[in-house]
Design a protein around this ligand. Structure first.
Ligand code: M6R
Length: 601
């Protein structure tokens, strides 16, 4: 979703801000803008569409500036256009904002007679309120604090003022970091530490409602923190060790998604080492395992991984598990008890609904555990225990490698709790999984061929049973997300309770017919075939029954795999979605309307 980058120092401010914004492009956005200070003027340039539009605009100006703030906007209030893009500026201030101001209408009704509104955004309310506070207080820090006190909802703001060479940043339940390059003393602010890699080598994570004031003139004390009452604050964390945030390049691949799919065999292997010998083992050992029940909450792909984690914990560990969409869990008044464990699965660790569930569990005195990719993310910092999925930076909006790693970390947790993590059978299974994923990647032309045959069909129903039901859901999500076609995932046994009425010669059924519950799933596939549906079967290899009814058949060798079969099947579906999307010509890495990290509810 929206991205923020700010710079203040001795050097050109435009370069790091634009570089930071390009690193945040993967999060999804629809316009971009920058405000910079030149002499004592603030100049704002902003453009609808891709960052390249803004870059072209910047090239028209001969800029000499040492202070800038930039923003990529994912529209919430007001349509996508230049005016609604951030930053928003008036005679005194320029500001950027991530999140939603929930009391925007009330502020506007109080201020609109005195201050002008140029955009349809909620953000301008902060700008006008800030101006009104400044007129009374004549001090920017106090004005920012007083303004923020009146803002309801979860947001992060960065403020630049025409009158001083400082930047201010403050947030409530929205990501925000600030950093310093210890050598040059240049200062940075961002909504994502990834934007600061290679620029700042000391990164601070302020807590909610702590103001960061960046002032390069304060030698050795350039970043200061303040509470809402103006007193000095110590509620921030300094990054303790290097964050695992290498900048990712596409390399030989046409898209990040394809590259990330190909990274999976290697990641699977190193995950085993990490959890059997490395730091990962220490994180498993830190978990107090005396919980009576588990609550899992997550969104989208991470939730699908959660369904498998639930299956593992219930089947293998006999622990009851409750699982919910994070957006539902937080409002359904779940029955929570302090002898239970809250498990939150997330690639970004910044998904607003998932964070709210973690908070809810913490308030109810549950211990909380994250299965998360981004070390240092809010979820990572807020949970009692963290199991990193070690997927590296995932740039494609469509989550692929993170799903695989989330499922495997769930399985690793389950094995650890059963004292079976070091069993050779388990290690061999993961090593075999890695090789089999490689084999699937080597057969990608077969998958491309199937995509060629079906990409222009009307609709797609993915079906599976048991551990393959979450894979049916995930396969359908991936396809609709990047190919913009209607796709649904169903438990195979549910088809006849309604959706089967959709089956005709234009409807594709991607049936996952695998060794588990084979007969049951096979008969569901026959029911579809009898109604002339187009049958794509992904599952057990070399099976005559399957080849007889399949229009297209992709067989998989599941030998040696037990709980990890669904992970292998899912790689086929990742590639199928990818090739269908490619044939449709969509923007695969940044599909329309989507954001990589969903920081509003
Ligand atoms: O960062 P998170 O894992 O918390 O994100 C959750 C979902 O927004 C995410 O998985 C989304 O569904 C993906 N774009 C799916 O590919």
């Amino acid at each position: 979703m929206c991205g923020i980058v700010g710079y203040i120092g001795k050097n050109d401010s435009i370069k790091p801000v634009i570089e930071g914004l390009s690193r945040l492009e993967y999060r999804g956005y629809d316009s971009a803008g920058i405000s910079y200070k030149e002499s004592s003027d603030i100049i704002t340039l902003k453009k609808e569409g891709k960052l390249d539009n803004l870059k072209s605009e910047i090239k028209k100006h001969n800029i000499n500036s040492k202070i800038a703030i930039g923003h990529t906007r994912w529209a919430t209030h007001g349509e996508v256009n230049d005016v609604n893009a951030h930053p928003h500026q008036n005679e005194l201030f320029a500001i950027v904002h991530n999140g939603i101001i929930e009391n925007a209408d009330r502020i506007k009704s109080e201020l609109s007679s005195k201050y002008s509104y140029k955009s349809q955004t909620d953000t301008e309310n902060f700008l006008n309120l800030l101006t009104s506070k400044y007129e009374k207080l004549n001090d920017v820090r106090s004005a920012v604090l007083e303004t923020f006190k009146e803002i309801e909802g979860n947001s992060a703001f960065v403020v630049m003022c025409k009158l001083t060479n400082k930047l201010w940043a403050i947030k409530r339940s929205a990501p925000l970091v600030c950093g310093i390059d210890a050598a040059t003393r240049d200062l940075y602010i961002s909504s994502d530490p990834y934007a600061l890699v290679g620029f700042a080598n000391k990164i601070y994570f302020p807590q909610n409602e702590v103001l960061c004031e960046c002032d390069p003139s304060k030698v050795n004390d350039e970043i200061q923190f303040f509470e809402l009452d103006g007193s000095a604050s110590h509620r921030y964390e300094l990054q303790k060790k290097d964050l695992n945030l290498n900048v990712s390049e596409k390399g030989i691949y046409e898209h990040y998604m394809l590259k990330e799919i190909h990274e999976q065999p290697t990641l699977i292997k190193s995950l085993v080492d990490y959890y059997t010998t490395g730091e990962g083992l220490e994180s498993l050992k830190s978990i107090d395992n005396k919980f009576k029940r588990v609550h899992i909450a997550a969104c989208g792909t991470a939730l699908h991984a959660g369904y498998l984690v639930k299956n593992f914990l219930e089947k293998e560990n006999k622990v009851p598990v409750q699982i919910d969409f994070a957006s539902e869990f937080r409002y359904r008044n779940p029955l929570l008890s302090s002898d239970e464990l809250g498990v939150f699965i997330s690639q970004s660790g910044e998904t607003a609904d998932t964070l709210a569930c973690q908070e809810l569990c913490s308030e109810s005195k549950l211990k909380t555990l994250s299965i998360v990719n981004v070390e240092g993310s809010t979820l990572f910092r807020d949970c009692n225990y963290n199991l990193l999925i070690k997927a590296g930076v995932e740039i494609g909006v469509a989550s692929t490698k993170a799903f695989t790693q989330q499922v495997l970390v769930g399985l690793i947790l389950s094995k650890y709790l059963k004292n079976e993590l070091n069993n050779d059978d388990f290690k061999n299974e993961l090593s075999s999984l890695s090789s089999k994923v490689n084999e699937v990647l080597d057969r990608k032309d077969e998958i491309k061929q199937i995509a060629n045959e079906i990409y222009n069909k009307n609709g797609f129903i993915f079906t599976g049973r048991g551990d393959h039901y979450p894979i049916a859901l995930e396969g359908a999500l991936k396809l609709k997300e990047i190919a913009y076609v209607h796709a649904e995932g169903y438990a195979a046994g549910e088809l006849k309770h309604g959706p089967i009425s959709l089956i005709d010669e234009n409807m594709v059924n991607i049936a996952l017919v695998t060794p588990d519950l084979f007969d049951k799933t096979f008969s569901n596939a026959q029911e579809v075939k009898a109604r002339k549906g187009i049958m794509v079967i992904v599952g057990t290899e070399n099976n005559e029954q399957l080849s007889n009814i399949a229009d297209y058949y992709f067989g998989l060798d599941y030998s040696g795999l037990s709980s990890t079969k669904p992970v292998l099947t899912n790689v086929v579906l990742q590639l199928l979605s990818y090739y269908i999307a490619k044939l449709k010509g969509t923007d695969i890495d940044k599909p329309r309307n989507l954001a990589k990290s969903v920081t509003v509810e």
